[in-house]
Write a protein that binds this ligand. Structure first.
Ligand SMILES: *[C@@H]1O[C@H](CO)[C@@H](O)[C@H](O)[C@H]1NC(C)=O
Ligand SMILES: *[C@@H]1O[C@H](CO)[C@@H](O)[C@H](O)[C@H]1NC(C)=O
Ligand SMILES: *[C@@H]1O[C@H](CO)[C@@H](O)[C@H](O)[C@H]1NC(C)=O
Ligand SMILES: *[C@@H]1O[C@H](CO)[C@@H](O)[C@H](O)[C@H]1NC(C)=O
Ligand SMILES: *[C@@H]1O[C@H](CO)[C@@H](O)[C@H](O)[C@H]1NC(C)=O
Ligand SMILES: *[C@@H]1O[C@H](CO)[C@@H](O)[C@H](O)[C@H]1NC(C)=O
Length: 314
């Protein structure tokens, strides 16, 4: 049971935000795949014209919250279908830019393939002449790993396994943000794993869950011991790292750990500072409060609107 808690005022949090803004990097290209399955289209064909028109009605104002878009151009045997999925924490404006750039890049990299797909940090984009929606597709899949080898492999893998499992379940069951979940777990007082799982929101619960599972089972094979891994597939993707790489949103799960050695400065701004110095950055979306019950420490993050609602209830 929580003994006490503290919700900090908006001005206090704003002061922290100013010091915590990091320089933005361009979201990088990750991988692309020119499929040979459907063959090539010919120059000046109807299919090429349809591909050229795919995003013609896509505008910044069409952007919406879950970051998922389907496009279709033409009819019958010449139809071109496409989807775009932005990471659940990416703003709709960044999403729009990423998708447009992805379309251009993909046409460039796969100049005559009927079917092709491309992944960036902020979005994935694909087109094909068959229908896309509602199918959980896990082929092709790619893996990228980062950083040094983990030292305490067993402890790390156990924590990682349960984090990914919980994010898979959370993403599958979906929210207003789409099928997207982020969360973190502490491996030790000095080491935290951050992870993200996302499916295209047109999938069913089972479709999403099985897509994510097929990625999770590959991780030990492809990238055992790695401290940061990305798995990209057509219908879902997974990432984890020891540094937080996503913005906090309502999709972020509560971090829970049991550390008798950690001291929480209740009712003090240093409570926030303490956790920020521990791998947390980009606090701009969040409020923070701490609660302690028998050395059990919970950190909660809320979107600003929700924190205000919580505040006015209190
Ligand atoms: C499709 O075009 C690529 C070149 O862009 C070529 O390498 C490939 O062999 C072609 N595939 C078929 C089935 O013609
Ligand atoms: C495609 O169409 C353009 C203009 O309609 C023409 O200039 C070009 O030669 C055509 N290319 C091919 C490969 O047919
Ligand atoms: C696909 O796009 C159409 C037109 O924008 C939209 O009405 C529909 O809801 C979309 N379907 C999904 C599954 O997102
Ligand atoms: C995070 O927040 C910043 C600032 O609001 C925004 O520019 C960015 O697109 C967001 N998403 C990611 C993934 O950084
Ligand atoms: C996609 O295009 C290929 C090559 O033209 C064709 O064989 C295939 O039947 C098409 N698929 C659909 C669903 O139309
Ligand atoms: C990490 O571990 C693998 C074996 O699992 C080994 O081949 C590789 O050299 C190690 N890398 C580093 C940087 O220690």
């Amino acid at each position: 049971m929580d003994l006490s808690w503290q919700l900090f005022s908006s001005s206090l949090v704003t002061a922290f935000l100013l010091t915590l803004t990091l320089a933005q990097q361009q979201p990088p290209y990750l991988y692309h795949y020119c499929s040979e399955t459907e063959g090539n289209f010919t120059r000046n064909s109807t299919y090429e014209t349809n591909l050229n028109r795919l995003l013609s009605s896509f505008s910044r104002s069409r952007a919406h919250e879950n970051g998922f878009y389907n496009f279709s151009s033409g009819q019958g045997s010449n139809i071109a279908n496409a989807i775009a999925l932005c990471r659940g924490d990416v703003s709709s404006s960044d999403c729009f830019d990423c998708v447009n750039n992805a379309n251009t890049e993909l046409r460039d990299r796969c100049p005559n393939q009927i079917e092709a797909s491309i992944w960036f940090d902020y979005c994935m984009f694909r087109y094909t002449n068959h229908s896309i929606l509602g199918r959980a597709e896990t082929d092709p899949a790619f893996f990228i790993w980062y950083g040094d080898n983990v030292t305490n492999v067993e402890v790390f893998n156990r924590a990682l396994g349960s984090l990914l499992e919980s994010l898979r379940n959370k993403a599958s069951s979906g929210t207003s943000l789409g099928k997207f979940a982020t969360g973190s777990t502490r491996v030790s007082p000095f080491r935290t794993i951050y992870a993200l799982a996302q499916c295209t929101p047109d999938l069913t619960l089972n479709g999403c869950s099985s897509c994510l599972s097929s990625g999770i089972v590959y991780i030990p094979q492809c990238c055992g011991r790695k401290q940061g891994v990305r798995v990209g597939m057509l219908s879902c993707n997974i990432r984890f790292d020891i540094e937080r790489f996503y913005n906090l949103t309502a999709a972020d799960t509560t971090t829970t750990g049991t550390f008798s050695s950690l001291f929480c400065f209740i009712k003090s701004p240093s409570c926030i500072q303490r956790f920020l110095s521990n791998n947390y950055y980009h606090m701009h979306l969040g409020y923070c409060f701490c609660s302690i019950s028998h050395f059990r420490l919970h950190l909660h993050y809320f979107k600003v609107e929700e924190a205000k609602a919580e505040n006015s209830k209190a």
